[in-house]
Design a protein around this ligand. Structure first.
Ligand code: NAD
Length: 385
């Protein structure tokens, strides 16, 4: 496993170039960065780059996605990693609070978990930080006045939108479906809930794999866009009745609910790709009066058998399928290298005080987007010429 962490590290060409620069410039010298991010080989490359820039890092993982090998790798290199892989929200809460107890100067957040806890007891000298996700932006936007420090939202960079969310999430969710179920896609009716940048990539990748894709979105503009992109756009109940595969990727909770059990046909696969494991109401499905039994079907798959004899397969307990289940690889290295280069450059700008204190929960500054895009074109695309 260590060799995969090293494979990822040497494939992160942008982070490697930044690390060489940081070894000299030390933008985080004397600063502590607190993070609660998926701990897997790609984030190890991110964390090691920040450490090369002089930061003390205090890190914990996210619910159900922490990989022990990565934790061991980081601890072996002097990174303070709190906790262990867990899917217990209370244990995870304790780990996040331990990161906050270190009173970091900067936070690299993923879902708004750390910034929300920082607000419970703010401390002097806190400089701000970055938020990785759409879900985090939604959670932190109403808290702007209270936060009152620069917070740059990586997800809102156009680079993140097209390189990671559209291209990479789409590919890795398809890869995860194939890996976890070992089933085909051709001719299967695949229903994608959410046609944001992630859902667009998921829908396109399943169509490219010969799936018959239906899009469900609450936003009429997104439904129109999906329609013009050539997808079937129907009412959610009708879509669920026909589905062979259901994928939620909305960033909102309660998308597929207990009453939907009656609509689902035999042998359907339910999978979530949204950040939090709340899009499919798993506890309600597992405890449903019409469910006769629940059994582990294969690694990363549970089968719920209904009293009328249908089998409903649930992937990775409703957790983000591309970072859970057997041998989870997550998004492509190149896409994460781009996103993490944005992360590192944004944290550097906040550490150096070049971001306005009024930039609270705002997108990545255009100059950083342009610098990262140019580096990729030069270092990665240029290498192919
Ligand atoms: N799996 C991954 O690797 C990965 C990577 C990046 C982001 N994400 C997560 O994926 C989720 C979606 O991200 P995004 O950037 O596409 O978000 P987005 O906000 O761009 O799109 C979400 C879409 O879902 C729609 N929606 C909201 N409620 C709905 C409902 N009840 N039914 C149907 N559609 C509904 C919205 O109208 C919107 O079009 C977030 O949770 C994000 O954190 C996952």
């Amino acid at each position: 496993m260590t060799s995969r962490i090293e494979w990822v590290a040497q494939s992160c060409r942008l982070l490697n170039a930044i690390s060489s620069e940081f070894a000299e410039s030390q933008p985080f010298a004397g600063l502590t960065i607190g993070t609660g991010i998926h701990l897997e080989p790609k984030t190890a490359a991110l964390i090691m780059t920040l450490a090369t820039g002089g930061a003390r890092i205090v890190a914990t993982g996210n619910l159900n996605t922490t990989q022990q090998e990565t934790v061991d790798y980081l601890r072996g290199r002097g990174i303070e990693v709190i906790g262990r892989p867990t899917s217990d929200p209370e244990e995870h809460d304790r780990d996040l609070r331990e990161v906050i107890a270190a009173k970091p100067d900067l936070i690299l957040d993923n879902g708004g978990d750390l910034f929300a806890r920082y607000l419970e007891a703010p401390w002097e000298g806190f400089k701000g930080g970055t938020e990785e996700t759409t879900s985090g932006r939604t959670r932190l936007t109403p808290l702007r006045d209270e936060l009152n420090v620069p917070i740059l939202v990586i997800n809102d960079s156009p680079i993140k939108q097209f390189a990671e969310n559209r291209h990479a999430v789409g590919q890795s969710v398809l890869e995860s479906y194939l890996r976890i179920t070992n089933r085909s896609t051709g001719g299967k009716r695949v229903v994608v809930f959410g046609y944001g940048s992630c859902g667009q990539g998921v829908a396109a990748n399943f169509r490219n794999a010969y799936g018959l894709v239906t899009v469900v979105d609450t936003d009429p503009l997104k439904r129109l866009e999906a329609c013009l992109d050539g997808f079937d756009v129907t009412d959610r109940d009708e879509a669920l009745r026909a589905a062979d595969v259901v994928i939620t990727v909305t960033g909102h909770r309660d998308i597929v609910l207990a009453p939907d059990l009656a609509l689902l046909k035999d042998d359907v696969v339910l999978m979530n790709a949204g950040h939090f494991p709340q899009e499919i109401d798993v506890p309600a499905f597992l405890g449903h009066a019409d469910v006769e039994s629940v059994a582990d079907a294969a690694e990363g798959l549970q089968t719920l058998r209904t009293r009328d004899g249908r089998r409903i397969h649930l992937a990775t307990g409703g957790h983000m399928a591309n970072l859970a289940g057997p041998r989870p690889l997550g998004n492509s290295i190149e896409s994460m290298d781009l996103g993490f280069a944005l992360q590192v450059r944004c944290l550097e700008a906040i550490a150096l005080g070049t971001v306005s204190p009024h930039d609270v929960v705002v997108p990545v500054p255009r100059a950083i987007d342009e610098a990262v895009a140019s580096s990729y074109l030069e270092l990665v695309a240029g290498a192919r010429r």
